[in-house]
Design a protein around this ligand. Structure first.
Ligand SMILES: Nc1ncnc2c1ncn2[C@@H]1O[C@H](COP(=O)(O)OP(=O)(O)OP(=O)(O)O)[C@@H](O)[C@H]1O
Ligand SMILES: O=P(O)(O)OC[C@H]1O[C@H](OP(=O)(O)O)[C@H](O)[C@@H]1O
Length: 195
């Protein structure tokens, strides 16, 4: 019998993958939520292991080269991993330990890797960040982390459905990041207390 989905009626023990197209604002909203919750030990904001240089900008991730990533993978260091944009992404086993101990973990997830994420974290609440597609290209250009060619490739990446998973909570980030972040903070707070 699968465990019940993580809902606002069920406190604790849940992964909260934040997903959406490149440029939609996942990292921005996650960082605002992280600052809102400060050092609460029951809510973890996941530091991903990525084969992206540490000084690339954006999220605070653990930067490793591909050889190190493969070694970590072979050693069973990741609860789940995926490839995208020519990069490798790993979620450390410590995140699964935290969730299995009853905690919440917020992670910048992948729509395409959602089936693998759900196998590793059967109790989850997916949050899909949306925004007017016409503004994504401008946001990525302003961010300046990727080349124009890499941005074009990111924008061409198809949306992936995740059949069999509970419908995600959608948060529209077309307006101010503060408004969208407030909605994310409110949802995380409800999932943490189960009220
Ligand atoms: N509501 C918003 N209004 C205007 N700019 C925004 C908003 N949200 C995020 N941005 C800006 O858009 C750019 C992309 O945001 P961010 O890096 O958070 O997106 P992302 O979804 O994490 O993208 P990726 O998946 O490529 O990492 C950043 O420069 C960020 O400052
Ligand atoms: O298109 P999908 O599968 O949803 O996401 C693909 C990848 O792009 C984003 O990473 P980054 O922070 O932009 O490097 C996501 O976090 C995921 O790792």
């Amino acid at each position: 019998m699968p465990p019940p989905p993580c809902t606002t009626e069920r406190a604790g023990g849940c992964l909260i993958p934040i997903v959406g197209p490149s440029g939609v604002g996942k990292d921005t909203l996650i960082e605002k939520a992280r600052r809102a919750f400060g050092d609460r030990h029951d809510i973890m904001f996941v530091r991903r292991t990525i084969t992206r240089p540490a000084d690339a900008g954006g999220e605070d991730h653990e930067a490793v080269d591909q050889a190190t990533f493969q070694r970590r993978l072979a050693d069973g260091a990741f609860a789940v991993h995926w490839r995208a944009h020519g990069l490798s992404y790993g979620i450390p086993n410590s995140v699964r330990d935290h969730v299995e101990a009853g905690g919440l973990a917020v992670v910048n997830g992948s729509r395409h890797a959602m089936p693998a994420i759900a196998r590793a974290f059967p109790v989850l609440h997916v949050v899909e960040i949306t925004a007017d597609p016409a503004i994504l290209a401008r946001r990525l250009a302003v961010r300046g982390r990727e080349t124009a060619e890499m941005i074009a490739a990111r924008l061409r990446r198809p949306r992936a459905g995740a059949p069999g998973l509970p419908l995600p909570t959608e948060i529209d980030n077309s307006g101010s990041p503060e408004e969208a972040a407030a909605r994310l903070v409110a949802l995380i707070g409800k999932l943490a207390t189960g009220d």
